[in-house]
Write a protein that binds this ligand. Structure first.
Ligand SMILES: Cc1cc2nc3c(=O)[nH]c(=O)nc-3n(C[C@H](O)[C@H](O)[C@H](O)COP(=O)(O)OP(=O)(O)OC[C@H]3O[C@@H](n4cnc5c(N)ncnc54)[C@H](O)[C@@H]3O)c2cc1C
Length: 439
């Protein structure tokens, strides 16, 4: 029997969760159960995999198991950019090999369209806004990155618009940025509202168990998932639990659970909105990957997302949260000096799963265990797409995208602890230092 020693334990104040519709979670599993298919993790990947499995296998029950409540974990803690275009930070023009970039664009577009259709079909109230994404620079190094990215995006046929600093206040209110690349195509979403809505509109043959952390597992002809109140024995297991997959004995020392931090302001008053100016809804991705992501939301709040730490055990501490709220405040004050009295109502951390070579995992892990794992920080579209495609693969449907994902070498191995933590945290600190005023 394999014991799971690290379980998700997210902190208490994820702003998107608390400001979205409250829902009644589905009951935890109690007793013994048998099924043909079980999926662990009801984030974006698991929700997409469960839905698509249900459509592909209408006569089977699909069991979806979540340790916490849907919308409380990373899938409800992110910045809400459902991005279609690739952004390869290892390539000079951030696009790299054009053939690969076009496949990534196709993959992300699949995930984006899948979500868009569901949001419209089920009228999921998640503040979806289309084409409001800017990539913005504060100084010359950032401007050079924008120019390079624009030329890269042209190579894959994506039109963008470069906006000069003097015109940016009309868009963003703030005059902090010196240049921005307007990139149509990205959707902005309220992430917790999205996943809550997805969970409440699953097909009838999906059984979702929330508050059911799997604490041990037995592998064999069948897989038995053990929790505090019983067990679930399944013919086939799908792991959609991102960085926690290594707890289940797979991809050990290959997944890097890295924590990002966000704060959400209170709602701006009418007068503050006028003082700020600019468009009513927008999202800014920093030119430098270690800079701040900023959003003005449909409900007139400001999101600030910056700071990173690596915690191999999947758990950051309160001390980090205290420290990083100060970073968020400084970033807010730099950008919005016209809003001195606007405080943050919520601050939280959330895990992303990175790999050293930026590759994810897709496919078979053992004879009856499959995974769609390690989105490298782009889980909204990529997680959704890989969840759908894994379900299609299990139903015998293949496509150029499935072939592309299966051809990946997967995440590569990293050094053992304590070298790993020292190394990753040094890279993160250096990156944040180099980002300078982009933070
Ligand atoms: C602050 C922040 C900002 C981000 N911004 C963006 C963004 O703008 N755009 C974007 O695309 N991505 C963004 N991301 C990344 C995105 O949130 C993730 O890539 C995405 O959540 C991955 O989805 P997933 O379903 O694969 O995994 P997760 O969302 O991590 O879901 C995995 C689930 O598995 C469950 N689980 C784990 N272990 C067990 C167990 N033992 N038993 C039962 N359940 C278990 C967890 O509770 C969790 O709910 C951001 C992340 C953070 C933290």
């Amino acid at each position: 029997m394999k014991k799971i020693s690290a379980l998700p334990a997210d902190d208490a104040l994820p702003g998107w969760y608390h400001t979205s519709r409250a829902r009644t979670p589905k009951p935890a599993h109690i007793g013994q159960k048998k099924c043909r298919w079980a999926i662990i993790g009801a984030g974006l990947t698991g929700l997409a995999a469960a839905r698509q499995m249900a459509l592909n296998f209408p006569d089977d029950e699909i069991v979806l198991i979540e340790a916490q409540e849907v919308g409380f974990g990373s899938a409800g803690r992110n910045a809400g950019f459902a991005i279609d275009v690739p952004h390869d930070i290892g390539a000079k023009d951030y696009i790299g090999d054009v053939k690969t970039a076009k496949l990534i664009l196709k993959l992300n577009t699949l995930g984006q369209n899948y979500l868009k259709d569901l949001i419209k079909t089920h009228d999921i109230q998640c503040q979806m806004s289309e084409s409001v994404k800017y990539q913005a620079a504060v100084g010359q190094p950032g401007i050079d990155i924008l120019e390079a990215y624009r030329s890269g995006l042209e190579k894959i046929g994506r039109e963008t618009q470069m906006i000069s600093g003097k015109d940016l206040p009309e868009h963003l209110g703030t005059s902090y940025y010196k240049q921005a690349l307007f990139i149509p195509g990205t959707l902005l979403l309220q992430p917790s509202a999205l996943v809550k809505g997805l969970a409440d509109t699953l097909p009838a043959n999906v059984t979702l168990y929330e508050y059911t952390p799997i604490k041990a597992i037995n592998y064999g002809d069948k897989v038995t998932l053990i929790h505090d109140n019983g067990s679930i024995t399944t013919d086939n297991l799908i792991l959609a639990n991102n960085g926690f997959a290594s707890e289940f004995g797979f991809l050990e020392r290959k997944l890097l659970p890295t924590f990002l931090y966000g704060s959400l302001s209170r709602e701006l008053t009418q007068e503050e909105q006028q003082r700020l100016g600019g468009k009513p809804v927008w999202g800014v991705i920093p030119a430098h990957p270690f800079g701040s992501t900023i959003r003005r939301t449909v409900d007139n709040r400001i999101l600030v997302r910056n700071s990173f730490t690596f915690h191999g055990n999947g758990r950051p501490g309160q001390a980090e949260l205290q420290k990083f709220v100060e970073n968020h405040r400084k970033s807010f004050q730099r950008r919005f000096p016209m809003l001195p009295d606007v405080n943050f109502e919520y601050t939280w951390s959330g895990a992303i799963c990175l790999s050293e070579n930026h590759e994810g995992f897709f496919g078979k892990l053992a004879p009856n265990v499959y995974g769609a794992l390690c989105c490298n920080g782009l889980g909204i579209t990529r997680g959704t797409a890989t969840g759908v495609l894994l379900a299609d693969m299990l139903a015998g449907k293949k496509s150029d995208l499935t072939d592309f994902l299966l051809a990946s070498p997967g995440p590569n191995k990293t050094p053992p602890e304590p070298f790993l933590s020292i190394g990753v945290n040094s890279v993160l600190k250096w990156g944040q230092f180099r980002a300078g005023l982009e933070v």
